[in-house]
Design a protein around this ligand. Structure first.
Ligand code: ATP
Ligand code: MG
Length: 159
């Protein structure tokens, strides 16, 4: 049940100074930060990260979006962390993402707008879609030495 998942505060989130807000949402839910860094992905690295979307209409601009500035990458650990992080993140399209979720509360981009403009949806965060993706993405972004095991208050009082 104890899982690890990858979260990126995408360039739009960093540029809008929402990094702290976003990290604090996950911290408040009790998820443990076990790895964190700022990184600026180049094209090749971004293509690898979003390789599952290769061939889709928005793929090229999505790679451009991820490389337009630095991201804050983190590995979060907790019970059912993959699902819990996706729940807190909200639906892909900010316009319809539920209030209370990060994408619903801090963005409002729509498919209708991005389709017209031929740009990707700017939705602040990437969060691994499932456990298999999480494993692959953590390996891509972090070395073992960059991740840390330690006791949090949750380990003492909740788990
Ligand atoms: P992420 O993988 O970034 O966490 P997600 O899992 O909610 O997002 P995916 O379907 O994996 O959504 O799409 C990856 C990213 O591609 C989205 O976060 C968004 O930035 C962009 N994107 C997805 N679908 C579209 C679309 N139809 N039009 C424009 N951009 C899109
Ligand atoms: Mg995805």
């Amino acid at each position: 049940m104890l899982e690890r998942t990858l979260v990126l505060v995408k360039p739009d989130g960093v540029q809008r100074s929402l990094t702290g807000e976003i990290i604090s949402r996950f911290e408040k839910a009790g998820l443990k930060i076990v790895g964190m860094k700022m990184a600026w992905a180049d094209r090749k690295f971004a293509e690898e990260h979003y390789s599952a979307h290769k061939g889709k209409a928005f793929y090229k601009s999505l790679v451009g979006f991820l490389t337009e500035g630095p991201v804050v990458a983190m590995v979060l650990e907790g019970l059912h962390a993959v699902d819990v992080v996706r729940k807190l993140t909200g639906a892909t399209e900010p316009r319809t993402a539920a209030p209370g979720t990060i994408r619903g509360d801090y963005a409002h981009h729509s498919y209708e707008y991005t389709d017209k403009k031929g740009i990707p949806i700017k939705n602040l965060i990437h969060a691994s879609g499932d456990r298999k993706d999480a494993e692959k993405e953590i390996k891509l972004w972090f070395t073992l030495k960059e991740m840390h095991s330690y006791k949090s208050v949750h380990d003492v009082h909740v788990l």
